[in-house]
Write a protein that binds this ligand. Structure first.
Ligand code: FE2
Length: 508
């Protein structure tokens, strides 16, 4: 068996440490384990360690054993999104064990930061290390060099750095200052270049191909900064074009919603009653999970004048009301509750799960997670993030609006970061590792926050912006923003099929 496992790895071009090989051999089906691991992971190190394999073990352990290999042949998107009608109710599912749920990454209980300079250094180093590795996995960036090794004698070279600053020169060019662990570099994007269409953001990690125009002799930091690199191409981490979406073997569904805003006087109670009726009906018989992507309650003192828009003025009572609202959800459905910027947790991301003192009244089928949270259900990997950073992207990237939340999600995926720039509208906590990095690429990315509803399929992924349960607020009205509330998106993890159920009706 050991020889067979090693042969699979060798054919793949990957080596393995001896204890990692032992780890593989201890799996129930070592050959199936390693095949699936290699198929579903990207950016693997040259030599696999136990640390690389352990997360996969926990995912595969919970996956149902007869899971067929994903076909990735499902047709793409909009034509597969159907709005449910009252006709043709489905038969109730037979009682079945809960499809396996496993948390892959969540800051809850692991936060180590105290906001020191060292924390920030470590945080951004981790971001750079992870994203640089992904960029280097692109063939054209494999030969990229460190900034200090750039040579003006080279006709063309590639370099990867973290963006420190972006500015426009007086001649209309774009100047991007980047750094890596060896120095800093000024990259010029010529005003006549098609690269001018790219929006480069502070703190993203980006690869440039081009030519160093000059460099002073000497090894000091000032000398290292002196060269100017004229860019001819940009390479971002991105997502693999041929990614295959994992599927479960069990025929069941996961429902997604967000932004309940319990306690708000704009809460859509009649729509919620319709949802409760639906979730207890045969139409929802296959639903085994409900994911709520943040803003569970409206909170207290989140914005000036909020008290005038609150029906419940006490944070404990808001969570108590949420527990009551959710109590009719059948116990066979596991409810995953994540905080958002209105919840009673630290505002800095990543946010831990809400404290136990707010969890009274919730049944055993409720699981509280952090924001973001990366988890799997029956082997299908889901990254759920409330989406506060959309506020930054709307201001930073031309064309990105609140109206179509798929656009900011695509900007996140392009850079493989949920929150990109430090110092904007989204506070960041400098944890020892960057929980805001999108790594690996999930099968489903869900956000909320903008109170719209959207589903989109791209490169073997499903992007969902989950709807809200709050009608238009005076603030939204003032900004001419029309929410799209009281809908849920339901995904069948076996088929990948999505449906949208609308509870708004006439009771808005
Ligand atoms: Fe919200």
């Amino acid at each position: 068996m050991r020889e067979n496992v090693l042969k699979i790895l060798l054919d793949h071009g990957t080596l393995v440490e001896p204890d990692a090989a032992d780890f593989i051999l201890k799996q129930r089906d070592p050959l199936d384990f390693i095949r699936r691991f290699l198929e579903t992971r990207e950016n693997l190190p040259l030599i696999l360690t136990v640390g690389d394999l352990r997360p996969a073990e926990s995912v595969m352990r919970f996956a149902e054993p007869e899971a067929p290999a994903p076909t990735g042949k499902e047709p793409h998107t909009q034509e597969r999104i159907v709005t449910e009608t009252k006709a043709g109710p489905e038969q109730p599912a037979k009682a079945a064990p809960e499809p396996g749920f496993n948390i892959i990454s969540d800051v809850t209980g692991t936060s180590t930061c105290d906001g020191s300079i060292e924390n920030f250094t470590q945080y951004f180093r981790d971001r750079f290390r992870v994203l640089r590795r992904i960029i280097r996995s692109h063939a054209e960036m494999g030969a990229s060099v460190k900034i200090s090794a750039l040579d003006p004698m080279d006709k063309e070279s590639s370099v990867i750095g973290m963006v420190m600053d972006v500015s426009k020169t007086k001649n209309g060019h774009i100047g991007v200052s980047i750094e890596d662990d060896t120095g800093e570099l000024f990259v010029l994007i010529h005003k006549d270049s098609e690269l001018m269409e790219e929006t480069v953001l502070k703190d993203e990690v980006i690869g440039f191909t081009g030519r160093l125009s000059s460099r002073k002799a000497g090894g000091s930091q000032a000398d290292k900064k002196a060269g100017m690199f004229v860019a001819s191409a940009i390479r971002r981490p991105g997502i693999p074009a041929m990614k295959e979406q994992r599927r479960s073997s069990g025929d069941f569904e996961v429902a997604f919603m967000s932004d309940i805003h319990t306690g708000s006087s704009h809460f859509l109670s009649e729509s919620w009653s319709r949802f409760v009726e639906w979730i207890n009906s045969p139409l929802a018989a296959k639903v085994r999970y409900l994911v709520v992507a943040g803003d569970l309650v409206d909170g207290i003192g989140v914005y000036p004048g909020q008290e005038e828009e609150l029906r419940i003025h006490d944070i404990y009572s808001q969570y108590g009301e949420l527990a009551k609202l959710m109590s009719p959800i059948p116990e066979r459905i596991r409810v995953i509750l994540q905080p958002g910027n209105h919840d009673a947790v630290r505002p800095a991301e990543p946010q831990p799960a809400i404290h136990e003192k707010y969890r009274k009244g919730f049944g055993p089928n409720f699981t509280f997670v952090g924001n973001p949270c990366y988890f799997s259900i029956a082997g299908v990997e889901i990254l759920s993030y409330h989406g506060k950073s959309i506020d930054d992207l709307v201001g930073q990237v031309p064309g990105v609006t609140y109206h179509d939340p798929v656009l900011p999600m695509q900007e996140m995926l392009k850079r493989r970061l949920l929150t990109i720039s430090y110092g904007g509208k989204t506070p960041l906590a400098p944890e020892a590792r960057d929980y805001m990095a999108i790594n690996p690429v999930p099968d489903i990315l869900v956000t909320g926050h903008v109170h719209r509803t959207a589903v989109h399929r791209t490169s073997g992924m499903t992007l969902i912006n989950a709807s809200a349960w709050q009608s238009q607020t005076p603030f939204q009205k003032m900004h001419n923003f029309n929410p799209d509330p009281a809908k849920i998106v339901v995904v069948n993890l076996k088929t990948g099929r999505c449906r949208m159920v609308d509870f708004l009706g006439s009771g808005k």
